[in-house]
Write a protein that binds this ligand. Structure first.
Ligand code: WT7
Length: 657
């Protein structure tokens, strides 16, 4: 590896010496040794980690089972319990250590120790046991960020129920779709969530989801009353606290097979409805632990803060599982970065002396903007000296935002881990390790040790460093997606396409390796998946939502670069009626935005909608999205439009409402 060549460039930031000396992975030689160990004996490498990092009830004898590839199995005759590994095993030595520091939207602090967390999880798990559920039954969790969300997930894990967390910003329709797809027997929700000073209802969305129909699998709904407001519960609804009352504070974990599905998490693809990404217990937990350890160098006295909501994979791996499995102390925050002002993140870091801080580039960019006009919310107005490691996730971080983060939040002494990964990978797959990797702003640097990342062309052939291509993972890894719930064919076709030979995992991103250093830079999705404020949305999904509206005949959705959100959503719509006049157009835009908000959730509302009598299509009827992307950016159209069926409509689509 020619890392030296990177180090000679100006914009290379080396790890601070004291951090390196004490880090789990201390330098590039140690990093390389880990990679070499995996190369030399792939199964042995993962097997050793799994033995050392997880407490098994029944040790595994086989590491990787490829009999049914690409449906790989890891450690598949081993038995464990994820909740036991996250909580019980810390009790002998750290029962009084704080596990979670919770800060509510309105600034109240609640702390729970490992012993207290254990009791809460056990009581809730014992409550769940009274509900006639069986091993592997699916449970939808629709809760605000908070201790209870973690308790609910951990309690499911404790008794072998498979949870599927639905982000609190998703609509009733989205809940309904997930309930039906997962065949969920139970929904766990709360009356309200608080965000940005507002009280937002959750339970009513669950009610509406059930009213939409088809949710016959649901037997019970557990409701957490957070506001103290009286609410009548229906016959099949149970108050969270009633359920836990008189339950014992201990609960024997249910030991499950390593391949037992710990959770489903729905995420968007380029086609069709969101897919239920199925994760395992053993392999997933292994990578959650190992990445939290090496990427964040999490030590006993750290205060870890990952700002992600448990509704996303980041909130699973780096809130609900990883930090707990390592016996760490973490902050959980209910609110939003801009309430009561854009200094909130820095205030929380200062208040609880966070040492590791992990957030999304879109949040950083929003806070840069806010601090430009208001010095009081600038990170320099806070004491952030406790910080030692920073991280980002969810989208590429532009070098300018990286530098601002590095200098102003990390005082030029904290390495930034730009972690590339996906819902499907379970944990980091490309990332710097803070004690060992020289950093280059805008690059997620090198593969996590053991993960066989590469860049190939459309036929699956290796590309030279310096050439852009498709990001792939060449060998199965423990925390990989196991299948798409209920759709194994889609799993195979989406991730192990025949075009690439059927053996390479296709991430769906474009990437290039630096010609000299081999450092990776992610070039964005190669499919019709948008990344809006770090949220993944399929253009097809938004198009389907639009055409479900009675007014709409046809719709095409594209992304347009946005300096804070990464991408914004632009929809081109053909109405069943004539193209609207300007006044009518504004009215319809408002109606359609609200409609998409109801169909999917507010995060999917188009930022802009334009109308045409038709969409630009080739003579064979294919929508020319490339053209739409140029129009959305107000670019001069240089592409060849001679194959276009109806060039006249381009002028219509250039017009803003
Ligand atoms: C997609 C996965 C991983 C947890 C949150 C998102 C993009 C993610 C990075 C990064 C550039 C990134 C990719 C990826 N992405 N991290 N560090 N640099 N792009 O998980 O919702 O499954 O989205 O997010 O496009 O495929 P997700």
């Amino acid at each position: 590896m020619a890392i030296e060549s990177v180090m000679h460039e100006n914009r290379v930031f080396n790890p601070p010496k004291t951090l390196s000396e004490n880090a789990y992975v201390k330098n590039l030689e140690e990093y390389q040794q880990l990679c070499d160990a995996a190369e030399a004996d792939y199964e042995g490498y993962w097997g050793n980690l799994a033995k050392n990092l997880i407490e098994w009830k029944k040790p595994f004898t086989k590491i990787l089972n490829e009999d049914d590839a690409p449906f790989y199995k890891w450690f598949d005759d081993g038995e464990l319990n994820v909740s036991y590994n996250c909580i019980d095993r810390h009790l002998p030595n750290k029962k009084d250590k704080v596990a979670i520091i919770f800060e509510s939207d309105d600034g109240q602090t609640t702390e729970v120790t490992y012993q207290e967390l254990y009791e809460k999880v056990c009581q809730f798990a014992n409550g769940l046991k009274t509900l006639n559920l069986n091993l592997g039954d699916r449970v939808i969790i629709y809760l605000p960020m908070g201790i209870e969300a973690v308790v609910a997930m951990q309690a499911c894990a404790r008794i072998g129920l498979t949870h599927s967390v639905v982000f609190g910003g998703f609509s009733a329709k989205s809940i309904q779709e997930r309930v039906i797809d997962a065949g969920a027997k139970l929904i766990i929700t709360a009356d309200y969530q608080n965000r940005g000073g507002k009280e937002l209802p959750l339970k009513t969305a669950v009610d509406d989801a059930i009213l939409l129909g088809g949710c016959d699998s649901v037997e019970k709904v557990i409701v957490l009353n957070r506001t103290g407001k009286e609410a009548a519960l229906k016959e099949n609804e149970i108050d969270w606290h009633e359920l836990c009352k008189n339950q014992k504070e201990e609960c024997e974990p249910v030991w499950v097979n390593a391949e037992h599905p710990l959770f489903l998490l729905y995420t968007s693809g380029s086609t069709g409805k969101p897919k239920g990404v199925q994760h395992s217990s053993g392999g997933y937990l292994l990578h959650a632990i190992n990445t939290t350890k090496w990427t964040f160098d999490l030590k006993d006295d750290d205060i870890f803060w990952c700002t992600a909501d448990v509704g996303w994979i980041t909130g699973h791996t780096y809130v609900a599982y990883g930090p707990l499995a390592l016996g760490g102390t973490q902050i959980i925050f209910e609110g939003v970065p801009t309430f009561p002002n854009a200094g909130r993140f820095w205030e929380i870091v200062q208040k609880y002396k966070a040492t590791i801080f992990y957030t999304a580039p879109t949040a950083i960019r929003a806070l840069i903007k806010a601090s430009e006009s208001d010095e009081a919310v600038h990170p320099k107005s806070f004491n952030l000296s406790s910080l030692r490691i920073l991280g980002t996730v969810g989208e590429p971080i532009n070098p300018e935002a990286w530098m601002w983060y590095y200098e102003n939040v990390g005082s030029s002494k904290c390495p930034i881990a730009d972690t590339f990964w996906q819902t499907e990978t379970g944990g980091h797959v490309i990332t710097p390790l803070p004690g060992s990797t020289p950093l280059v702003p805008g690059s997620c640097t090198l593969p996590f040790p053991g993960i066989a990342i590469d860049v190939v062309d459309e036929t699956g052939q290796n590309l030279e460093w310096g050439q852009g291509g498709l990001l792939v993972i060449k060998k199965p890894w423990p925390s990989m997606i196991r299948t798409i719930w209920g759709d194994p064919e889609r799993f195979k076709n989406s991730y192990f396409p025949n075009e690439l030979g059927g053996k390479l995992y296709l991430a769906g991103d474009g990437a290039v390796r630096d010609a000299e250093s081999g450092y990776f830079t992610i070039m964005g999705r190669i499919d019709d998946v948008l990344n809006v404020s770090g949220h993944r949305l399929g253009t097809m999904e938004i198009e389907s939502a639009l055409v479900a509206n009675d007014l709409v005949a046809e719709a095409a959705v594209v992304g347009r670069p946005h300096d804070v959100k990464g991408e914004s959503i632009i929809a081109f719509v053909v109405l069943k009626s004539d193209r609207p006049n300007p006044e009518k157009a504004t009215e319809i835009v408002n109606e359609l935005r609200a409609w998409v908000g109801n169909e999917i959730g507010p995060i999917a509302k188009p930022d802009e909608i334009r109308f045409g009598d038709n969409l630009p299509k080739t003579r064979s009827g294919k929508i020319m999205r490339r053209l739409l992307r140029s129009i959305a950016k107000d670019e001069e159209i240089t592409a060849d439009i001679s194959t276009l069926e109806n060039p006249a409509i381009l002028d219509q689509l250039k017009q803003k409402v």
